[in-house]
Design a protein around this ligand. Structure first.
Ligand SMILES: Nc1ncnc2c1ncn2[C@@H]1O[C@H](COP(=O)(O)OP(=O)(O)OP(=O)(O)O)[C@@H](O)[C@H]1O
Ligand SMILES: [Mg+2]
Length: 379
């Protein structure tokens, strides 16, 4: 009876990615060994920590990949745990050998586009839109990270169903994933669970945000989104200082009162020297379910007003990126952890969010400061 080929099995294992590190297990020291006995293949896998929450996913992925190799009749997976030396090696590999980690997104060669989703008033839909934008971008094939920078009022893990506690390897935090989006939030770091309040002063908030950016293994991201708390408080200022290249996306409702406050929040960008990528009007008019007439629950025109006023104040073009209609299903999707853009991609709100995700996700990245990857010939 023909037996499976070892190199074919190794090639299959090279396609298996760790669900948190997003790199092939063969590249990151997780493959312990392969044993072939007739058609039965036993694969030894090192987990990063004992009790790793991803062990079942990893096992399933190994079985699925190796089963496809010709002549394999059965796949067995034997799990082991990395030693401290192996974990230290892995940390070195992931951090590119650097001991003192810097924020990768503020390095001159960073290719990641960073958007901070901000608003003047609270409750205008920043978190709901950030979660849906992130899910839409991941669905477009981009690699996306999301920092729930609302340390007191975190809400993203529920919206993206990403509440698994992060795995930690030698102080490096592996973010859980929801719908392909890598998510970090204050929620899993509170011993008292989600209902425990967070009472921090500014410096502590700053330290947490810095740690979310520095100690989390983000891997190569196309886009990083930050869901900010409302207003121009500590976190907005810390974001500006930790991520000077982050562009602001301002969310407002169509209401004039909300728009005024949003203009004030956007004007902060002039002081912090940040760019404003654009304005999103949320909870815009929607067709009445009974008669089809447009309903303007929160007034009209706030989004264009903010875009026009900021263009004037900042002296650069601040576009209105789009208008998201009021839709009860968007709220329900947030509560149940099923983003509307995925559960009902044809809903008008989903189409509007997807159009913004296209604009923000596919913008050309500036080449200033990029390394060309060539070195001078010193012969
Ligand atoms: N387009 C929409 N249609 C219907 N409901 C919406 C829409 N956008 C947001 N909501 C709902 O409005 C409420 C506030 O939204 P969300 O929490 O996203 O706002 P926020 O700006 O992040 O609030 P905070 O300032 O407290 O962080 C939520 O219940 C959300 O489900
Ligand atoms: Mg919020």
């Amino acid at each position: 009876m023909p037996t499976p080929d070892l190199s074919a099995i190794e090639a299959a294992l090279a396609t298996v990615k760790d669900p948190e590190i997003h790199r092939p297990i063969t590249e990151i020291g997780m493959l312990k060994g392969v044993d072939i006995s007739g058609g039965i293949v036993t694969v030894g896998v090192f987990l990063t920590i004992s009790g790793c929450p991803m062990r079942e996913t990893i096992t399933d992925r190994v079985v699925a990949a190796v089963s496809k190799v010709p002549h394999v009749t059965e796949v067995l997976v034997e799990l082991d745990v990395m030693s401290e030396e192996q974990r230290a090696e892995l940390k070195k590999l992931l951090s590119g050998g650097a001991d003192d980690r810097e924020i990768p997104f503020s390095q001159p060669g960073s290719l990641t586009r960073v958007y901070a989703i901000a608003s003047g008033k609270g409750g205008v839909g920043k978190s709901s839109l950030t979660a849906n934008l992130a899910a839409a971008m991941a669905d477009m094939g981009l690699s996306v990270g999301l920092v729930d920078a609302d340390i007191y009022g975190h809400s993203i893990p529920r919206m993206l169903n990403a509440s698994t506690p992060p795995t930690q390897v030698e102080g490096m935090i592996m973010p859980p994933t929801g719908y392909g989006v890598r998510v970090i939030s204050m929620a899993p770091f509170k011993p008292g669970g989600v209902t425990q309040p967070v009472a921090f002063r500014g410096p502590m908030l700053h330290r947490y945000l810095e740690s979310f950016l520095k100690d989390v293994y983000w891997g190569d991201l196309d886009v990083l989104l930050l869901d900010l708390p409302p207003g121009t408080g500590d976190i907005a200022l810390s974001t500006a200082s930790l991520l000077p290249g982050a562009e602001l996306v301002l969310v407002t409702t169509p209401q004039a009162a909300a728009a005024d406050v949003a203009v004030r929040a956007g004007t902060l960008a002039a002081q912090t020297h940040q760019k404003v990528a654009g304005v999103i009007e949320n909870m815009s008019s929607f067709p009445c379910p009974k008669c089809g007439e447009p309903m303007d629950l929160f007034g009209i025109g706030g989004g264009s007003l903010v875009a026009e006023q900021l263009t004037e104040v900042l002296g650069t073009n601040v576009p209105l990126l789009g208008k998201i209609p009021f839709d009860v299903k968007l709220r329900e999707g947030g509560d149940s952890g099923h983003p509307l853009v995925l559960s009902d991609p044809e809903a008008p709100a989903s189409l509007a969010i997807r159009a913004i995700a296209e604009q923000l996700g596919k913008r050309p990245r500036g080449l200033a400061g990029l390394s060309l990857g060539i070195s001078p010939n010193r012969k």
